[in-house]
Design a protein around this ligand. Structure first.
Ligand SMILES: [Zn+2]
Length: 299
């Protein structure tokens, strides 16, 4: 149990632990404190965003209609940089199990979560790791997660027992942070790694900066095959390629079954959403890719 850190305190703590971070917009005052309690806090909750997109700041900041932002405090990018998204009450934990909360407070092993009766948004700091959860997080993300956990825990005098996964909390259907589809990481292993980081006093080995960029030439984007491949009844490899690229760009949520060769209404909806999200494509946003949409999508 603890009073939450202030924005100034968390920044100092990140620096102390050698964590690379960036501040996003007015994160220090962006919160939902007008909607409910913030604090006392008892731990750090780990999430995956469910998307491999490389810039997830705005979604985490603003949220969406059913779930307004901020959706976390920390956004953890693929390169290990922590983006500060909001500070205060955030919509990340939802309701969970009071028995789990009691275990976190006592820093004892976490019981099976079978209730959703307790407001987690008041009680936890939240880190959203930018990956789908259907594969492992990047090594840089995992290193940064260990350091962040140690930074938060050491400020409050907590042990690794104050770090939990969203999937342990009791929100129905949650399995984050994952390592393959539907499978949560072994959080006891994560905690034991955090313990090791804490034991070293944390920042003995600071998060290494990215090695200098080796100029690898970007592969040329595939040429636009032609409009005839993307219309009702079409079935071909270009539809699959298109769907995979849309997924990479963060439009995977349209595909319940994953992109395939058959051109469907789902492909069209995903293309249209992509077009509407890009100023230069908006006026012709009909859900059918042409050469310009193709170039923007693969750039
Ligand atoms: Zn989550």
């Amino acid at each position: 149990m603890a009073t939450p850190m202030t924005a100034v305190q968390i920044v100092a703590q990140l620096k102390k632990f050698g964590i690379r971070f960036k501040e996003y917009k007015n994160w220090e005052t962006h919160n939902r404190n007008h909607k409910g309690k913030w604090g006392p806090v008892h731990g750090l909750m780990v999430h995956h965003t469910g998307s491999d997109s490389e810039d997830q700041r705005e979604l985490l900041r603003s949220g969406y209609r059913a779930l307004p932002g901020p959706l976390c405090h920390f956004g953890l990018a693929q390169d290990g940089v922590i983006h500060l998204i909001g500070w205060g009450r955030a919509n990340h934990a939802g309701n969970g199990d009071d028995d789990v909360l009691d275990a976190v407070i006592a820093e004892k092993s976490i019981p099976v979560d079978d209730e959703a009766n307790t407001d987690g948004n008041a009680r936890f700091y939240g880190v959203e790791v930018w990956y789908s959860g259907s594969h492992e997080m990047s090594p840089a993300q995992y290193t940064a997660l260990r350091l962040l956990s140690a930074a938060v825990c050491s400020f409050h005098g907590w042990t690794e027992g104050s770090v939990i996964g969203h999937g342990e909390w009791g929100s129905p259907g949650k399995w984050d942070p994952g390592y393959r589809p539907g499978k949560m990481m072994d959080m006891d292993k994560v905690r034991s790694d955090v313990k090791e980081t804490l034991g070293k006093g944390g920042p003995t080995k600071p998060n290494p900066p990215r090695p200098p960029a080796v100029p690898t030439p970007k592969p040329a984007p595939p040429a636009f095959p032609g409009r005839q491949f993307f219309r009702s009844g079409a079935k071909n490899k270009y539809v699959t390629v298109l769907g995979q690229q849309l997924t990479k760009k963060g439009y995977g949520k349209f595909y319940e079954q994953g992109p395939g060769p058959q051109w469907t209404a789902v492909d069209r909806a995903a293309v249209k959403a992509f077009q509407l999200a890009h100023k230069e494509l908006r006026k012709d946003a009909d859900g059918y890719p042409g050469p310009v949409t193709w170039r923007v999508l693969f750039s």
